[in-house]
Ligand binder design. Sequence first.
Ligand code: SAH
Length: 201
Amino acid sequence: MVTEQLRPHGVTDQRVLEAMASVPREEFLAPRMRRHAYEDRALAIECGQTISQPLVVALMIQAAAPDPGDVALEVGTGSGYAAAVLSRMCRRVVSVEREPALAEHASDTLRRLGFDGVEVAVGDGSLGWPAAAPYDLILVAAAARGVPPALIDQLADGGRMVIPVAVSVEEPQDLRVYERRGGEVTYRSLFPVLFVPLRTG
Ligand code: SAH
């Protein structure tokens, strides 16, 4: 995965490559899906959701530039895979999932594999998770129509947020990196993506 999918496609940060190499993706999949674990694509998990393509996880984390002291928020725990990778590079990860069954399963997997730096919470992540805010880094794994204001509010000064934004129904989503500097928030576009929708409520 690292030599064929990540390195040749723009993942250059050695820490991201090491984190990706150290997390067993198969452990986050149902037994019947495990033989596909190292294919270069998103895969089905429970509740009609997906575990993202490894390249997309790696590029999102690289763009968010985690620091070992960072507190991170992930919206959309899904299988827990991206949270596990992120936890290798941050001090603390809070991951919010809307589907209780997925949250429970991901939490069990993370605990079983010893990813103690991740806390999984059930809720609507478009509201962020105020209890642990502000966040140095926010990763959103579901596509929003616009950027949820609560997530901008919970971004620390100097913080980075990577989020797929649905610009129109016909086009792929625009993966963006937002950055807060004092009162100013700016963004740049990374590349087109296809994520499941961020469902509010
Ligand atoms: N990061 C995951 C992939 C997540 S797929 C992994 O590595 O496996 C996107 C997830 O976002 C789905 O599990 C979906 O249930 C969840 N989701 C959608 N809307 C949400 C919301 N408003 N708050 C929290 N989670 C949400």
